[in-house]
Design a protein around this ligand. Structure first.
Ligand code: ATP
Ligand code: MG
Length: 398
């Protein structure tokens, strides 16, 4: 029954020039989210509002699904738009709307008329009263309740008249792209896709880097990460994913450094390389899925040791989350099923039986000295030979 949707967004902090950028980004992200949905849609800005118009048949549920992934949307109102052809016609349209939208007439309502265009002959109070009366005439079972109505019927007199009464909650947050870009360290686990989702929710676009260690890690493990990037890109927009061959670096750490320190040193090299890609891609920070105390490499001491190699800010949006809380988000964003596929990741192969949990930075730095002669070149090779793919909600291109 609906051909249009009125998109509501939070208007705090979007004054002046910011408002324009916010709306532009929101329109772009709505188009992106609707692209895989069957049907033809137009997204337009009109007088400080955003509308989605369906130009063909479509599935209501699919559109809602798609819009529920667009950060910045606070509410989605299925709306009936009618031309101004006088009050008699308007009251007919309103009655037809209610009749269709509410098969059960045993409900209370309140009319919330608003005159955004002052040349309309009736003011809001008059409209409320006159429409209320017409509705009661048409549906005697309905009753008015001005304090706590079942139906809050909005009738807004604009260029065309907007009739709506339902608002489906949007995801909130900020439109992706309004907050710059970050480089996510994306592994095949549960945490890092959720971390990417969290920064995207605050308007940050995401590129990603994945370290694999063929032949110790399989092609399937890599495909799983690509799939996770695809899932992330439904929310975060296109993701440029760099796939780095980490085998030589890892073997050399394994060979030359104390095994208890393997994970920390490996993580430090991941951060160094991720930061190089971050600068290349104009990112303003790194993002990881770390959470305090989750594993040995995520104690405060370990995080300090990992952090010490970065000059960019490192964002850890899951820092205070328990695993169960992270899993709940992972399930909600539909990443969980993919994340728990049992393929090995590159860290699990080279893990020590007794990793240090309180690494001392100078001890770690001394261990890394042993890598000094060969590592610069290995890092340069890893970066030069990385495979970069462009991942979108529609699929992947090289
Ligand atoms: P996740 O569930 O995200 O894999 P985890 O609990 O397995 O996290 P770690 O293996 O200690 O934790 O990794 C911590 C963080 O380091 C990850 O959240 C991710 O951001 C990054 N990371 C770990 N392994 C890789 C990898 N192979 N490629 C890219 N990033 C990685
Ligand atoms: Mg992991």
């Amino acid at each position: 029954m609906y051909k249009s949707f009125l998109i509501k967004y939070g208007e705090i902090a979007i004054k002046g020039k910011n408002r324009y950028l916010f709306e532009e980004a929101l329109v772009r992200q709505i188009r992106y989210a609707l692209h895989p949905v069957e049907g033809e849609f137009e997204v337009r800005r009109l007088q400080g509002r955003i509308y989605v118009d369906a130009l063909s048949d479509y599935s209501y549920d699919e559109v809602m699904e798609a819009l529920s992934r667009v950060f910045g949307i606070v509410g989605i109102c299925p709306v009936v738009l009618v031309e101004d052809e006088g009050f008699a016609r308007l009251s007919e349209d309103v009655i037809a709307y209610l009749d269709q939208a509410y098969p059960d007439k045993n409900v209370t309502f309140k009319v919330n008329a608003r005159r955004a265009r002052k040349n309309y002959p009736m003011d809001s109070m008059e409209l409320n009263a006159a429409l209320g009366e017409k509705i009661l005439d048409a549906f005697p079972q309905m009753r008015v309740d001005v304090h706590n109505p079942d139906i809050r019927l909005c009738v807004e007199i604009r260029e065309s008249i907007n009739i709506y009464s339902k608002e489906i909650k949007g995801p909130g947050g900020m439109p992706v792209g309004t907050g710059g870009k970050a480089m996510l360290l994306l592994s095949g686990g549960i945490d890092s896709p959720v971390a990417g989702y969290m920064v995207a929710k605050r308007g940050v676009a995401v590129d990603a880097v994945y370290f694999h260690a063929p032949p110790y890690t399989s092609e399937r493990a890599k495909r799983k990460v690509v799939e996770l990037a695809e899932i992330l890109s439904r929310y975060a927009g296109p993701v440029r994913l760099h796939i780095v061959n980490f085998t030589d670096i890892q073997l050399s750490i394994y060979e030359k450094c104390p095994h208890g320190e393997l994970t920390i040193i490996m993580r430090r090299y991941m951060m160094r390389i991720a930061e190089k890609f971050a600068r290349q891609d104009q990112c303003l920070g790194l993002v990881t899925g770390e959470s305090i105390g989750q594993v040995a490499s995520q104690t405060m001491q370990s995080l300090a040791a990992t952090n010490a190699v970065c000059s960019m800010p490192v964002y850890r949006p899951l820092i205070g989350f328990d695993k169960q809380e992270i899993i709940a988000i992972s399930e909600r964003i539909k990443a969980y099923e993919t994340s728990i596929l049992p393929y090995e990741d590159c860290c699990t192969i080279f893990v020590a039986k007794h990793p240090v949990t309180k690494p001392n930075l100078s001890v770690i730095e001394r261990s890394e000295e042993k890598l000094r002669d060969t590592m610069d070149e290995m890092v340069a090779t890893a970066i030069a030979t990385a495979e970069t793919i462009y991942v979108t909600a529609d699929g992947t291109t090289e």
